[in-house]
Write a protein that binds this ligand. Structure first.
Ligand SMILES: Nc1ncnc2c1ncn2[C@@H]1O[C@H](COP(=O)(O)OP(=O)(O)OP(=O)(O)O)[C@@H](O)[C@H]1O
Ligand SMILES: [Mg+2]
Length: 261
């Protein structure tokens, strides 16, 4: 693929928590404008991998390998430069938005702050309202002034999405963003991701739900025990999984969903 299509390239990435190797020599690349899904069973290292892309790992984690984002190696960037990228060129959506939102401030103010840190010259109040709307919130002003405890799980997840997109990042990293949500909210959030992709955002989405992958992914990487098992287009993975582990995952999914091939 031509170099300009590449947004992110991960080469031989390993992550250790003390003696445990949570991510084991993983390489992959993500093209601009695609939705790249990472699937795998619990404990396979998906969150660890995603956190390492934005350098959100705890300080005791040790990282080996190279993560090239827009020509820069994320693993080697000084903190100061990293802070310019994180929240600005890379947005992050967490599995549990309650843990990430500050209970003491209205959620809109928190989004405004994400804008202000990077772009103090912008009208960040307006940008926050725009982002809330973008995240599918129909009454952005009311939500702006709400505290986290006043919002449902689905709304909090949308607020997190608004915070992740307020600075129009090239790359959005999302860790199981729909797992805690009911099915209809989940489906609306997935549509939102599809829209963000249409607008040119690149999304890396971690999920254990092959239904989600089937619905919105372009390509998928399967992980097990910290290792990459295989990678391919969604169609390839569903119709012709090469590795036994993927075959089992796909079989289970097809049985559960009544999927027809
Ligand atoms: N902060 C941490 N400190 C120490 N070990 C950790 C930490 N986070 C994860 N681990 C360990 O690293 C391994 C990979 O965990 P990780 O959370 O990345 O997996 P996951 O694929 O995201 O799982 P899940 O689907 O349950 O979210 C697991 O064995 C886990 O216990
Ligand atoms: Mg996880």
């Amino acid at each position: 693929m031509p170099q300009s299509d590449l947004l992110l390239e991960v080469e031989n990435l390993s992550v250790y928590y003390e003696d445990q190797k949570a991510v084991d020599n993983v390489s992959f690349s993500v093209k601009r404008g695609e939705i790249f899904c990472i699937v795998g069973e619990s404990g396979s290292g998906k969150t660890t991998l995603l956190y390492s892309l934005a350098r959100l790992l705890p300080s005791y984690a040790r990282v080996e390998g190279k993560i090239t984002f827009l020509g820069k190696d994320i693993t080697k960037l000084p903190e100061e430069e990293l802070n310019k990228i994180r929240g600005n060129q890379i947005g992050f959506i967490f599995q549990e938005p309650s843990a990430y939102l500050d209970p003491l401030f209205p959620v809109g103010e928190q989004i405004r702050e994400t804008c202000f840190i990077h772009h103090p010259q912008r009208d960040c109040f307006k940008a926050a309202l725009w982002a809330l709307k973008k995240a599918g919130i129909t009454d952005p002003l009311r939500v702006y002034y709400s505290y986290p405890h006043q919002l449902s799980g689905g709304l909090k997840q949308r607020v997190n999405i608004a915070d992740a997109v307020v600075n129009k990042p090239f790359l959005i990293l999302a860790d199981e963003p729909t797992t805690a949500l009911d099915v209809s909210t989940q489906s609306r959030i997935l549509k939102l991701f599809a829209n963000l992709k249409e607008e040119g955002h690149t999304i890396i989405l971690v999920t254990h739900d092959l239904g989600v992958v089937w619905e919105i992914a372009d390509r998928v990487m399967v992980m097990k025990d910290g290792k990459k098992v295989e990678e391919g287009s969604v169609y390839e993975i569903y119709t012709n999984p090469r590795e036994e582990y993927t075959q089992r995952l796909v079989e289970i999914f097809k049985k559960l969903s009544g999927f027809l091939t």
